[in-house]
Design a protein around this ligand. Structure first.
Ligand SMILES: Cc1cc2nc3c(=O)[nH]c(=O)nc-3n(C[C@H](O)[C@H](O)[C@H](O)COP(=O)(O)OP(=O)(O)OC[C@H]3O[C@@H](n4cnc5c(N)ncnc54)[C@H](O)[C@@H]3O)c2cc1C
Length: 446
């Protein structure tokens, strides 16, 4: 491969691949590159594992699991089990979360060592991009490194909107919410997206009075509306207050002024969590289906591309980029990227929503069954409800699958494979699902 032959006399040591950012995109790419013989260097300015392992996916799911255990223990009598004096200890929940993060980030370090990756902790900057004949130069901790290919995996950051008074008010982002060791009396969450709703569910379970203010007419934009409404109703039943089609116009201490249908009102809270979304750390990074930027030796993967801002997308993009560097021709597909809301109960969704199909003028049919059609679901969810909704094209192709009910996150992958591979509804229905499993609901619904 010609990039091994490029020379640059200034450097003794030219890497085949330099990767900036060690989140899911960066560490996946590094491991794959190293295992396939590419001399690879990985730069990370904070901690290996990126947002996902340190302050995103894993920490939130760890906290949500503690909340789920607490909720299950409180509800134990539904299953003929007595559990008295059920209590939680938030500092210990946070300490356990930190322990899990340490364990998993240590695992990434081991993987990098096993794959022969040189890891440098420090902020990296690209000095020169090379011209196809000379290597690129990357500076980190005052040292310059040369590489023939570069992969940018620098991720995303929290959006802070220009709300009057916000910059003079103490507020949490997801980062601070994950470190908090005291249960707030009340919490107003600005933004009813996935992150906001997962924290709403967590703090509600711990007894905080939670208020969610969402600008759109429904929470969880992009998720099948029918399911978002079911989850919202369930959370409202548990005491969460929702203000939809409502905009926060100003913040002053614990006083939040919102505007809804032209009417202004003031809500009071002891804490504010800002979760209106995330944006790539660099704007204007454009990539083709091989994750290659307009510079043929520079690739970009993960949140920095702004496509889906999900860890599993980042992982697949990294596989595509490194595959392309190694001479493979697989292209990135965004057709079947599952989206999950890890509340209790969960929502999991893959493929097209009804709303998207309507706006694209695509004809479809809907099949829908209550989750109670699965015996296993009934056995494990006393008084639980939920729905499995499957959207098909006129010729029987599966276009979208949307599930509300536990463990939606674990069974959605079946639907993802069917959508990605173009498996027809009747073909999937002919598969044998183990009995009794909640996954059988997919076969039943088809
Ligand atoms: C609260 C929260 C919950 C989430 N939950 C989920 C979930 O359940 N499921 C899911 O799929 N996704 C979830 N996400 C999103 C997920 O974390 C991201 O999609 C994922 O981390 C993106 O991976 P990445 O590799 O692109 O970037 P990141 O994980 O953001 O990693 C980028 C890394 O680059 C480093 N970096 C940046 N610039 C430089 C530089 N110049 N030099 C050196 N290093 C640099 C950063 O320090 C960072 O470690 C969640 C996010 C948050 C905030």
């Amino acid at each position: 491969m010609d990039y091994f032959c490029k020379s640059n006399i200034k450097f003794m040591n030219i890497y085949d691949l330099a990767i900036i950012g060690a989140g899911p995109a960066g560490y996946t790419a590094a491991e794959l590159a190293g295992k396939n013989g590419l001399k690879t260097i990985l730069f990370e300015k904070n901690n290996l594992g990126g947002v996902c392992l340190n302050e995103g996916c894993i920490p939130t799911k760890t906290l949500l699991y503690s909340a789920k255990v607490f909720q299950t223990a409180r509800d134990a009598s539904k299953y003929a089990i007595s559990c008295e004096n059920v209590a939680f200890d938030l500092p210990k929940i946070i300490a356990r979360k930190n322990k899990i993060v340490r364990k998993l980030t240590a695992g990434i370090r081991v993987k990098m060592n096993e794959a022969g990756i040189e890891t440098v902790i420090g902020e990296a900057t690209v000095k020169t991009k090379g011209d196809g004949r000379t290597a690129m130069e990357i500076e980190c901790n005052g040292q310059v490194y040369a590489a023939n290919k570069l992969l940018l995996c620098t991720g995303s950051e929290t959006i802070v909107p220009p709300i009057t008074g916000l910059k003079d008010t103490a507020f949490w982002t997801s980062r601070e919410a994950l470190e908090n060791r005291e249960v707030p009396e009340s919490l107003l969450i600005i933004g009813g997206g996935v992150i906001g709703i997962e924290f709403a569910s967590f703090f509600n379970t711990l007894g905080t009075k939670v208020i969610v203010v969402e600008m759109q007419d429904e929470i969880l934009q992009g998720i099948e509306k029918e399911l978002s409404a079911l989850l919202r109703n369930e959370l409202a039943r548990r005491g969460i207050e929702f203000h939809l089609s409502a905009k926060v116009v100003s913040v002053s201490g614990g006083q939040i002024e919102i505007e809804k249908a032209g009417e202004k009102s003031v809500l009071e809270t002891s804490k504010i969590l800002l979760s209106v979304g995330r944006k790539p750390v660099s704007t204007g990074v454009k990539v083709n289906e091989y994750m290659q930027t307009t510079h043929p030796d520079i690739y970009a993967c993960g949140d920095i591309t702004g496509f889906s801002l999900l860890a599993h997308t980042a992982v697949r993009e990294a596989e595509i980029a490194v595959g392309h560097i190694l001479g493979k021709s697989a292209k990135m597909s965004y057709k079947a990227i599952p989206g999950v809301i890890y509340t209790n109960p969960e929502i999991a969704s893959v493929g097209k929503t009804e709303e998207a199909l309507q706006s694209e003028n695509i004809a479809y049919t809907v099949k829908r069954l209550p989750m109670a059609y699965s015996g296993r679901f009934v056995a494990e969810n006393e008084q639980g409800n939920g729905v499995c909704k499957i959207i098909e094209s006129e010729d029987g192709a599966i276009l979208g699958v949307h599930i509300f009910g536990n463990p939606a996150s674990e069974i959605i992958v079946i639907a993802g494979i069917a959508i990605e591979k173009g498996i027809k509804a009747e073909e999937l229905k002919a598969m044998i699902f183990p009995h009794p499993t909640v996954g059988e609901i997919i076969k039943e619904t088809l």
